[in-house]
Design a protein around this ligand. Structure first.
Ligand SMILES: Cc1cc2nc3c(=O)[nH]c(=O)nc-3n(C[C@H](O)[C@H](O)[C@H](O)COP(=O)(O)O)c2cc1C
Length: 143
């Protein structure tokens, strides 16, 4: 399985999570075609990937109004029909429904979203490992 990881990050947590997820998936034998910020996309890496993993951070008033940051940018990603997708967001206190909103945005690109996880910013290692393990366990084999 080949995965592309696309993220948006202000202070580095979501980028770090993307790198950790990539390392964990590689340990499981997956290929990583790109780990890149949403505003500097590597199109070849996206095209080559069977799965696109999209990560962002939670923005809001901590207990209300939470949303995935810059979800609008996801609408400008290339169409992903025929690809699998997974999502993650990093947060500090409470992600609210950010992951659902992110899933909706990614599924509008035509990808089949198979799951996602909210990663606490103080447990990036642990939660990235869990995310990668769940992805590997839940990804259908492709012909
Ligand atoms: C302006 C701002 C608003 C935030 N709002 C929330 C929030 O509503 N809920 C929450 O759990 N975390 C919130 N956070 C915390 C970030 O989601 C968290 O630190 C995240 O890991 C940042 O990711 P980054 O380092 O990739 O930018 C907020 C952070 C900022 C800067």
């Amino acid at each position: 399985m080949k995965a592309a990881i696309l993220y948006t990050s202000l202070t580095g947590n979501t980028r770090r999570a993307g790198e950790l997820i990539a390392a964990n998936l590689q340990q499981e034998g997956w290929g990583i075609t790109t780990v890149s910020p949403l505003n500097e996309l590597e199109m070849a890496g996206i095209q080559e990937a069977d799965m696109v993993i999209v990560g962002t951070w939670v923005h809001g008033l901590f207990v209300v109004g939470q949303a995935p940051w810059n979800v609008g940018a996801i609408a400008h990603l290339p169409a992903m029909r025929g690809k699998l997708a997974a999502t993650y967001c990093t947060f500090a206190l409470n992600p609210g429904k950010s992951l659902d909103k992110l899933d909706t945005a990614v599924s509008h690109l035509g990808a089949e979203v198979i799951g996602g996880l909210a990663l606490h910013r103080s447990k990036l290692h642990e939660h990235s490992e869990e995310f990668a393990a769940r992805l590997v366990a839940n990804t259908p084999a492709r012909a």
